[in-house]
Design a protein around this ligand. Structure first.
Ligand SMILES: Cc1ncc(COP(=O)(O)O)c(C=O)c1O
Length: 378
């Protein structure tokens, strides 16, 4: 992409010149498996309740929403108890417009001037992107073979970087791999004056939910868990994310949050979804089945899928990942090229979407092998 030329009169920050906006390429195709969305629309009963609640909200739209989103934070605390969190006070929970805004608020409160944060690549690139926009020094930490991380390696790299914040994404995007709870608890204990931010956007898709960092909340004050309703609840369009941690973390966020940041309609939609949590989370089980199917069928194709605890699978073993990505688009299937050599990432869709992806990929690999064979003969 050609570098944007800014008008001379426009005082764009020097460190933003030459940067591009973050965002997956969007194309108008039939099967969209590129942004780790939940493929299931909200069930009718939930849609009907959202409509009723939004009508009620509409009458009061002349007033600002509940600035502190107290009812929503209480409902999130109740939901989190069902996910392995200890009993949480409303003061330990905070909600915002997607977990991206949560992460931004974390950086605004704890980053900035002379502050340093580390994450371990490859991982969710919005962490470093928000570090940049909040002028926080960001360090790309390294992983071991197979994208692995140990507590010792995290602690050493964070200490060497003099990091004020350590970002651990588990399950990690784009690898799908997750960290054992023991690793997270060892890191938190070894770095008691560092904020350990666990991005659990995909937490509900863990094969073993007891590995969620939610379990550490009563023990480790420096652990903050960031989660979202975009993925498991299928509510990406509503923009609801939240964090849980020590009350002092939530208090600090109050210093940087905008007043009335979370619209009345957003709070209301999130409350309806939480009332129907068990119905909505039935889709998580369906998605996990497709995720596991992707791993096994990609393996049968001779490819190398990473073990996944998320709603997507990163797989390697492709000779020319860029070409395979384009060939899939030509067949109406959009997945994600993360720029990792020989690898692509695919989101688990409905059974039908997953079948279309797998059949398309099989056909493409077969055609590529036939071409290679005829080239080597010719
Ligand atoms: C690891 C991770 N964290 C956070 C997010 C942000 O999600 P949202 O802002 O929709 O809550 C994503 C989105 O894909 C993600 O992959």
């Amino acid at each position: 992409m050609a570098e944007k030329v800014w008008p001379d009169w426009l005082p764009v920050r020097d460190d933003l010149r030459g940067e591009s906006p973050y965002g997956a390429p969007q194309l108008d195709v039939t099967v969209r498996l590129n942004t780790n969305e939940n493929p299931y629309p909200l069930p009718d009963v939930v849609v009907a309740e959202v409509e009723r609640e939004i009508s009620k909200v509409a009458i009061g739209l002349n007033r600002y929403p509940d600035r502190d989103a107290i009812e929503l934070r209480g409902a999130l605390a109740t939901y989190l108890a069902s996910q392995g969190a200890p009993a949480l006070s409303v003061g330990q929970v905070w909600a915002a417009n997607g977990s991206n805004e949560i992460i931004q608020q974390i950086f605004m409160a704890f980053g900035g001037n002379d502050r340093r944060a580390i994450g371990f690549v490859p991982s969710y690139s919005m962490h470093s992107n928000i570090a940049r926009s909040t002028q926080t020094a960001w360090i790309d930490g390294a992983r071991g073979p197979g994208f692995s991380l140990t507590a010792a390696s995290i602690v050493t790299q964070a200490t060497d970087a003099s990091a004020h914040m350590v970002f651990l994404t588990s399950p990690n995007n784009p690898t799908g791999t997750s960290l054992d709870l023991k690793i997270i608890s060892d890191v938190a204990a070894a770095l008691p004056n560092t904020l350990i931010v666990i991005d659990e956007a995909y937490g509900e898709f863990l094969r073993d939910k007891s590995q969620s960092a939610l379990a550490l909340l009563s023990r480790a004050k420096n652990v903050v868990v960031s989660r979202t309703m975009s993925k498991a609840f299928g509510l990406a369009g509503a923009r609801v994310g939240y964090l849980v941690g020590d009350e002092s973390v939530v208090d600090a966020i109050q210093l940087v949050r905008l007043p009335y940041h979370l619209g009345a309609h957003t709070q209301s939609i999130a409350l309806v979804a939480l009332r129907h949590a068990s119905l909505l989370l039935e889709n998580v089980e369906r998605i996990k089945e497709q995720r596991n199917r992707l791993v096994s069928e990609l393996t049968v194709m001779g490819l190398f899928p990473e073990s996944s605890d998320a709603n997507f699978v990163l797989f390697g073993g492709l000779q020319d990942a860029g070409k395979v990505w384009k060939d899939l688009v030509a067949r109406g299937v959009l997945i994600r090229d993360m720029g990792l050599a020989g690898m692509l990432r695919v989101t688990a869709g409905t059974a039908e979407e997953t079948t279309i992806f797998l059949d398309s990929l099989r056909a493409i690999l077969k055609a590529n092998t036939a071409n290679t064979n005829s080239e080597s003969k010719g």
